[in-house]
Design a protein around this ligand. Sequence first.
Ligand SMILES: NC(=O)c1ccc[n+]([C@@H]2O[C@H](COP(=O)([O-])OP(=O)(O)OC[C@H]3O[C@@H](n4cnc5c(N)ncnc54)[C@H](OP(=O)(O)O)[C@@H]3O)[C@@H](O)[C@H]2O)c1
Length: 222
Amino acid sequence: MTAVPQIRMNDDRTIPQLGFGVFQIPPAETAKAVRQALDLGHVDLFLMHWPLPTVEGTDYAETWRTMIEFVKDGRARSIGVSNFQVPHLQRAIAETGVVPAVNQIEVHPYFTNEEVRAYDRENGIATEAWSPIAQGAVLGDEVVQRIAQSLDKSPAQVVLRWHVQRGDVVFPKSVTPSRMKENFEIFDFELDADAMSDLSHLNRGERGRTGPNPDEFDYLPA
Ligand SMILES: NC(=O)c1ccc[n+]([C@@H]2O[C@H](COP(=O)([O-])OP(=O)(O)OC[C@H]3O[C@@H](n4cnc5c(N)ncnc54)[C@H](OP(=O)(O)O)[C@@H]3O)[C@@H](O)[C@H]2O)c1
């Protein structure tokens, strides 16, 4: 078994730096799995999924205030947010005095999301990188391929290792057993400073996003 490093959060709890994503597993199966997990204990980490700043009748700062109660009454051990931009973090913190333990945001070599990561870092918020391999889009990149070949590693391993060395939490999604295994075998090698820099320079800024921009995203499930 590979020992996955732990990151200490600002509420003095820890989070593994590598996990499994479950995005797009059918809802009925997800509900069953979550029900089973809840029966086994409480929620370890509860996240607000999107700030939805343009949706009338929603207020992410008020939602954050409610989530703070979850910790107080024991419904969640740690609480955090997802897809929060810097102004969303600033307002939620200013209005409640409570800093999220985690901010889960899109990060991969084509969208390195430095501004939000810097704010997270400066404020003791652990950054979790979603779509860490850009749903596969970065794996064919010639820079990624070159580094992977030089280290005798797969492109996915190189990109996941880049995240880990940047200090972020990653949770690639895979339903393929061989890929799940491969994605966990990233703690027996290191990327040197040149490789880290080359991967970071693949950043395309806003053009590199694969998901919605949190400033505009306004979808509410029916
Ligand atoms: N907070 C948010 O708004 C948000 C948004 C999006 C995602 N997420 C979270 O982030 C997690 C991961 O993101 P994601 O699923 O969008 O993208 P991802 O993890 O970057 O990529 C998943 C895709 O890459 C493939 N893959 C996985 N490992 C591979 C490997 N070693 N080699 C080649 N292909 C590989 C998977 O295929 P197979 O499954 O077929 O193997 C799947 O098609 C999700 O599960 C979800 O929990 C959060």
